[in-house]
Design a protein around this ligand. Structure first.
Ligand code: GDP
Length: 401
């Protein structure tokens, strides 16, 4: 078996939906290994756009899809996506499966998520109930798919009166498979499996900008763990890097956050608004300090560099190459938890912009020299080859190097 992981390595929205859809053409099986409906993946297939929060993008291409043990299932969202797929492709039960050991998000998890975010956390979670469901899993009072099915959707003491529960039990019963056995068998074959990351490395619960993080483990190790696959099976570990990092939340660290006017420009050029609430996202310049940290902890074998086309109109593009911290310049930072960004002042190198549209370019040599320099600057600074570049939202708007 060949295993590919493709995961975002900044603060999310790197374009994982499109990247996973693109990579699924080289894969037999596409899976999610962590997170839940707090992930939003957008991609286009022959003029139609898809927005998935649960199902791996590759299922649209006819590939086998798996929601593995580490995933949290939001039944309403999953049902909606299954219906969309059925409308387009008919029954998908022969190629879509859910682990009996994935956990189910219950209505009270969402209520608790909203309450905590409003009153305590204030990090602008998308209130899908993922944090509380993860916490219940850790407390050992969570409900997995098998328990949910066995109890007829009324696990003792937990949301027994959920009115839609019967249809959800039926759905989960239909797609519940022994995914571990399936993956075990796959390991003896020459099939290719793609793990589609959700959220992003700098949002990892342990290694990210805690507490402005997600509740799951988004590192390479965390994804392997959620998938239940050994690290020896990993052949390509693709870090998805967006040309400018963003943050969904209002307060979490984003040391290279740009000026309001630069943010406005990039936000409009790249449509950087939350898909669900349409609130504007915060935007920063490419940050080598954060990327070096992500690389040190995950050892990506290559980068998929997305959205460089969005920067096409800029005359100059600052790139952060270090932080000034207590009188020293550091090129890697290890102290992201409870970070006080006022103590870290980004040091920038200003690169020349290319000021020419590059949307849809498919050949590296057809990029203006300044755009090529932007790519090779990233490679030199972080020491990872950029093997794929996104030049637009569509599946074929990709440069393969
Ligand atoms: P995710 O949160 O990482 O899953 O991000 P999405 O998959 O939702 O992508 C965010 C948006 O960026 C979507 O509208 C994509 O269509 C778009 N997108 C992805 N890659 C590119 C790219 O290379 N260029 C442009 N312009 N848009 C892209």
């Amino acid at each position: 078996m060949e295993l590919i992981i493709a995961s975002g390595i900044q603060w999310g929205d790197e374009g994982k939906g499109k990247v996973s859809y693109y990579l699924s053409q080289f894969s037999d099986v596409c899976m999610r290994a962590g997170g839940g409906s707090n992930a939003e993946a957008t991609f286009y297939q022959q003029g139609k756009d898809w927005h998935f929060q649960m199902i791996p993008s590759g299922v649209v291409r006819g590939k086998v899809g798996i929601l593995a043990d580490g995933v949290l299932i939001s039944c309403d969202r999953l049902m909606l996506e299954i219906r969309q797929l059925e409308e387009e492709f008919g029954d998908i039960s022969d190629r879509f499966m859910i682990s009996g050991n994935a956990h189910v998000v219950l209505p009270y998890h969402r209520a608790k998520d909203a309450f905590l975010d409003e009153n305590v956390l204030k990090i602008n979670t998308i209130r899908q109930g993922i944090g509380p469901a993860m916490a219940d899993r850790a407390y050992r009072v969570g409900v997995n798919v098998d328990t949910f099915i066995r109890s007829g959707g009324a696990p003792e003491g937990q949301d027994e009166h959920w009115e839609d529960r019967e249809q959800y039990v039926e759905m989960l019963r239909k797609y519940r498979k022994n995914t571990k056995r399936y993956l075990g068998e796959l390991q003896k074959t020459d099939k290719t499996v793609l793990i589609q990351g959700s959220q992003a490395f700098m949002l990892d619960n342990v290694h990210g900008t805690y507490p402005s993080v997600t509740s799951s483990y988004t590192s390479t190790a965390g994804l392997l763990h959620g998938a239940g696959l050994p690290y020896s099976s990993l052949t390509r570990n693709i870090g998805i890097v967006k040309a400018y990092p963003i943050r969904f939340d209002r307060t979490g660290p984003l040391p290279t956050e740009c000026s309001e006017s630069d943010q406005d420009h990039i936000r409009n050029a790249g449509n950087e608004f939350s898909h669900t609430s349409h609130t504007p996202l915060r935007i920063g310049w490419l940050d080598m300090v954060a990327l070096r940290y992500a690389q040190e902890l995950n050892h990506y074998t290559e980068f998929f560099f997305t959205k460089i086309d969005v920067l096409s109109e800029l005359k100059e593009i600052p790139v952060c190459i270090g932080y000034r911290h207590r009188g020293e310049t550091i090129d890697i930072c290890y102290e992201w938890s409870n970070m006080d960004t006022s103590e870290y002042e980004p040091v920038y190198k200003v690169l020349k912009g290319w000021q020419r549209p590059i949307r849809g370019v498919q050949d590296f040599m057809e990029l203006p020299v300044e755009a090529r320099d932007y790519v090779t600057f990233l490679e030199d600074q972080v020491g990872v080859r950029v093997s794929l570049i996104g030049t637009g939202p569509k599946d074929d708007e990709v440069i393969v190097r």
